[in-house]
Design a protein around this ligand. Structure first.
Ligand SMILES: *Cc1c(COP(=O)(O)O)cnc(C)c1O
Length: 404
């Protein structure tokens, strides 16, 4: 069960006013808000233990290193990685994807194939296009239906012994569709391909078990799950992380440096060149603890109620059309009202204190599929309320009246 009053009290920003109105924050798919414990963790780090990690013999450096490595252990436990060093701390999902995409440059040959889906975030399209340019590999795309579900028959046909990699988001940020990743992973493995799952949008709502999934790489950003910006994870199976060359050279990632030859550090440090976001990594661990205390089953159950309520309520508005009606989806509603431009709706309801996203949501191929310039996207988190959905509804009715 969700104790909504208690939870809302944990998030100081929810007491803020925007344009003179109480903030109704419905842009959670872009970034989540931060509870006080996460904010405190960042302040405490800089106030009491700030120092560089893995380097000094002095006490503070060791305290900071321990706190940072403890966060890694929490993440290992959360994602159920077999080894703690399979959790690479990165700057976020985009950084994690680029580590893998760049690393595969030396592992691919001309004519090899990479499969992505129509509903990818740009950060899960562009790095693969760049990889194809470097290697001569070919990008194949899994199509989707009008509901926003992947066409699995088409996926079966794309797979062959030429397939080397499959990259897919677990949940679409623009539509909320939860993709059948277990089937995708198993079928890719059957032809010998590796799989990277982009969990940026799924991790706020569910708890993935990377060993049960048997996934090769899984990536996520802290800022979408109550943590700070500029930190994220790359989970990789040990065998794959050993195969990939390092992404960046620098301090911390070496064993020995001479001008003749440098040897690389063991995992995870091989992929963690330079001074990382230490405060951010520690706060990521605190955020994961916070969400696990509430419980992901409770979070999903409550968000599903919000989604059902909002879907029913918004569809009462004449001319409102929802994009992405997959049977299995998270609490995201992408919509338009008649032919009103999404930006105009977003601007008007912003004046009423309501924060939603408008535009293509970094997923232009989806907008091209529906032949629309963009959508209004309301995305709900476990700290949102039914009253906030009512406020969204009232604001949309008003915006529609003003704009039509
Ligand atoms: C947000 C998001 C990203 C990018 O995450 P960053 O934190 O900006 O690197 C990638 N994929 C999906 C599905 C997302 O929702």
């Amino acid at each position: 069960m969700i104790d909504i009053d208690k939870i809302r009290a944990d998030f100081p920003i929810l007491k803020e006013k925007v344009n003179g109105k109480p903030l109704v924050y419905l842009d959670n798919a872009a970034t989540s808000q931060k509870p006080q414990v996460v904010i405190d963790s960042i302040v405490n780090y800089y106030t009491t233990i700030n120092s560089n990690i893995h380097r000094g013999v002095h006490t503070l450096s060791q305290v900071a290193t321990d706190a940072y490595e403890e966060a890694r252990l929490k993440l290992q436990q959360h994602f159920n990685a077999k080894k703690s060093y399979e959790i690479i701390l990165t700057a976020g999902t985009t950084h994690s994807i680029n580590i893998v995409a760049t690393g595969f440059t030396s592992l691919l040959n001309k004519g090899d194939e990479i499969i992505v889906s129509t509903m990818e975030h740009h950060s899960n399209i562009v790095p693969w296009q760049m990889l194809c340019e470097r290697t001569g590999a070919i990008l194949k795309v899994i199509p989707m239906n009008y509901e926003g579900e992947l066409l699995m028959d088409a996926y079966d046909e794309l797979l062959s012994e030429k397939t080397k990699l499959v990259f897919l988001n677990h949940v679409s940020n623009a539509l909320g569709t939860i993709n059948p990743i277990q089937e995708i992973i198993d079928k890719a493995h059957a032809v010998g391909a590796a799989v990277l799952i982009d969990g940026a949008q799924s991790c706020p709502h569910l708890k993935p078990d990377v060993q049960a999934l048997n996934v090769d790489f899984y990536v996520a950003s802290a800022h979408k799950l109550c943590g700070p910006t500029g930190v994220g994870i790359l989970y990789g199976k040990e065998e794959w992380l050993n195969k990939l060359p390092p992404y960046q050279g620098g301090g911390e990632m070496i064993k020995q440096v001479t001008f003749e030859k440098t040897t690389y550090a063991d995992l995870p440090h091989k992929f963690e060149a330079g001074t990382p976001n230490i405060a951010g990594g520690i706060a990521f661990g605190v955020a994961i603890d916070y969400m696990n205390e509430i419980g992901f089953d409770n979070i999903a159950a409550y968000e599903n109620e919000l989604l059902a309520y909002a879907t029913k309520k918004l569809l009462q508005i004449e001319g409102l059309k929802i994009y992405g009606t997959a049977k299995n989806k998270t609490s995201v509603i992408s919509f338009n009202i008649g032919d009103i431009h999404p930006f105009d709706i977003g601007s008007i309801i912003d004046k009423l204190g309501i924060a939603v996203r408008t535009g293509h949501h970094c997923a232009q191929p989806i907008m091209a599929f529906y032949n629309i310039p963009g959508t209004v996207r309301a995305s709900f988190s476990f700290y949102n309320t039914f009253e906030e959905i009512d406020a969204l509804y009232d604001a949309l009715v008003r915006a529609k009246m003003m704009l039509s």
